[in-house]
Design a protein around this ligand. Structure first.
Ligand code: ADP
Ligand code: ASP
Ligand code: MG
Length: 406
């Protein structure tokens, strides 16, 4: 019988220092001894990626995205080599590879490249030789042989894509919490671990800021039906299963609260209130690879209006540059940037069949004297933009009000 293949992904916190790398090696080896084939995906050590971004920031505020990828990909190259050495020390054969070496071919959208295909020959060969295969997460290579990266948290995507491509029996995501919780346990210690969650709910949570899983990795998992087990790299306990369907006697209305501090609000003032203006602004941003999240257009006065929207902080500089460039052509008088905002969201598939959920959310914020600056809704979530300093308070209050606390 063929050996069972498991993909195991270890996040930055799981390999933050030498002791932790050794612990990861011990876990990998214990699975190897139990007869599993293993492909291990690793992130950069601890906060390495953030530190590299900071370092680049000291050189320039607008680094070339190609060079950013060249820089950031080094983080994962360090961790795979160290983990391979730690596994060797325990007497097991292991070999590390970069994304390019294992044929993770992407498009050329540097810093958020998409995977086009994966050529798994090299991995398959190594597995046949009974080696533990260690793959640098978060990176690939485009058709020009330039190194690319898959967006923040992209090691999750590397793991899920490999699980799909290699038809793995299991895909385990090891991290510093015991699974997916009703909210970030670092903000609310009374948050509860969720046993099973659907792709749709997890995708919504991830898109709205629950950094524990990268949103794009869940999109791929959903598309190809790859079940994911999110669990602790420090404890043996089972974690959270992310799957297609979760049978519950009755849906809870709200299943999680998320917080996202990665966005900046941009307001363009006094744009003419006539057809085609919004298209001009947002097409220009899209053409430059900037994805806009929430958009609010105010009521117009004297045929002019303000439009506010949010973009990722990493795109803020580029966004302002673009808006400034088209400002005169469109007739925008002022551009206001506010980076001290946070997005608070409630998520739950049960919301679809219940009324009054939004009202309850707004009431909680009002009772806590927190002003709502923007609102957006989807089928299974409601988000509010508030000032950043109120973010944690809002999360805890909503978590309590919707009955999620332990
Ligand atoms: P890794 O380095 O393993 O990739 P991340 O830092 O990317 O780990 O993600 C894990 C972190 O996600 C946790 O430490 C936790 O603070 C945060 N987090 C945010 N929301 C949630 C949630 N709903 N459930 C679990 N963890 C969450
Ligand atoms: N090291 C990368 C990041 O910090 C990728 C990852 O951790 O998944 O975003
Ligand atoms: Mg992560």
């Amino acid at each position: 019988m063929a050996k069972k293949l498991i993909i195991q992904k270890f996040g930055g916190s799981s390999v933050a220092n030498v002791e932790r790398i050794q612990k990861v090696a011990e876990r990998v080896v214990s699975y190897n001894k139990r007869g599993f084939s293993l492909v291990v995906v690793v992130s950069a050590l601890g906060d390495t990626t953030d530190e590299l971004i900071e370092l680049a920031g000291k050189i320039t505020t607008s680094p070339s995205e190609r060079e950013m990828d060249m820089l950031l990909s080094t983080g994962e190259q360090i961790s795979v080599a160290l983990l391979a050495m730690a596994i060797h020390k325990l007497g097991v054969e292991a070999i590390s590879f970069t994304g390019a070496q294992v044929g993770i071919i992407t498009d050329s959208m540097h810093t958020k490249a998409r995977i086009l295909k994966i050529n798994t020959d090299k991995i398959q060969d190594a597995l046949k030789k009974n080696r533990v295969v260690i793959v640098a997460g978060f990176q690939g290579v485009n058709l020009n042989q330039d190194i690319t990266t898959l967006g923040r948290g992209g090691s999750d995507l590397t793991a899920v894509a490999l699980a799909k491509e290699l038809k793995a029996d299991e895909c385990e995501i090891y991290t510093d919490v015991k699974g997916i919780y009703t909210t970030d346990p670092r903000i609310e210690p009374r948050a509860k671990k969720i046993t099973r969650i659907t792709y749709d709910e997890m995708l919504e949570m991830a898109s709205l800021g629950a950094q524990v899983m990268q949103a794009r990795s869940i999109e791929v998992a959903k598309k190809f039906n790859v079940p994911i087990h999110v669990r602790s790299s420090f404890k043996k306990d089972t974690g959270t299963m992310i799957t297609k369907e979760v049978k519950k006697m009755e849906e809870v209305v709200v299943s999680a609260i998320t917080l996202n501090k990665t966005e900046t609000k941009v307001t363009v003032c006094n744009v003419p209130d006539k057809p085609g203006i919004a298209a001009k602004i947002f097409n220009e941003l899209a053409d430059n690879g900037i994805s806009v999240d929430m958009i609010v257009q105010n009521v117009s006065h004297l045929r002019q209006t303000d439009i506010s929207f949010t973009v990722n902080k990493t795109d803020a500089h580029k966004t302002l540059k673009i808006i400034n460039k088209i400002k005169g052509r469109i007739g925008i008088t002022d551009i206001i940037e506010d980076s001290d905002i946070a997005r608070i969201s409630i998520v739950g598939v049960g919301m679809k069949s219940h009324s009054g959920v939004a009202g309850k959310m707004f009431e909680v914020l009002a009772t806590n004297k927190i002003n709502i600056e923007m609102i957006s809704t989807s089928d299974i979530s409601i988000s509010c933009i508030v000032q950043k300093k109120f973010a944690e308070k809002a999360v805890r209050a909503l978590h309590k009000k919707f009955g999620l606390a332990k």
